[in-house]
Design a protein around this ligand. Structure first.
Ligand SMILES: [Zn+2]
Length: 164
């Protein structure tokens, strides 16, 4: 048997898991393993990456509460659990340059970035654009900053009115 022929038989054993069992299995997995699992096949990707599925969001929430013990704050309004968990995974480093280095979560931009990448990104938004972007998103922005402040207070990272 060639390796190509071998793949379907191996896959079928794992991927024929009924969704209920899949969800139960996921309850034992930390977020990093969930991400790996989501890349195994289209079916798992579907289970784990559906932004509007209650079951999907529940899988990530259970994993977060079980394995990221500090992270018991719910995600900011409008952000789904998967996106939230993805942002919280500091050990994965910068989402822009992909390097593992000291990063900060920029809640207003929904990105975890190193300072260098953030400066490049921020400079690219001219003042004009930034203003209309902020006007556009004023309400969302206010609520997200309120959220960021609450987090900073909760985790003791608020310094001189700035959070880190
Ligand atoms: Zn970077």
């Amino acid at each position: 048997m060639t390796p190509e022929q071998d793949i379907p038989s191996v896959q079928s054993a794992i991927t024929t898991l009924p969704p209920e069992l899949f969800i139960k299995l996921c309850a034992f997995l930390p977020p990093a393993d969930l991400f790996t699992l989501s890349q195994v096949c289209r079916k798992f990707h579907g289970y784990l990456c559906a932004p509007n599925s209650f079951s999907t969001q529940q899988i990530w929430k259970v994993s977060r509460l079980k394995f990221m013990l500090k992270e018991d704050m719910p995600p900011p309004e409008g952000m789904n659990e998967k996106k939230y968990v993805e942002l919280l995974m500091m050990e994965r480093g910068c989402q822009i340059c992909k390097r593992v280095k000291l990063c900060k979560i920029y809640w207003e931009f929904e990105v975890r970035s190193c300072e260098e990448c953030f400066l490049i990104k921020a400079v690219n938004l001219s003042k004009e654009n930034l203003k209309s972007w902020l006007d556009d998103k004023k309400l969302i922005f206010d609520s997200i900053m309120e959220y960021a402040t609450q987090r900073a207070i909760k985790y003791g990272t608020l310094e001189n009115g700035k959070y880190y």
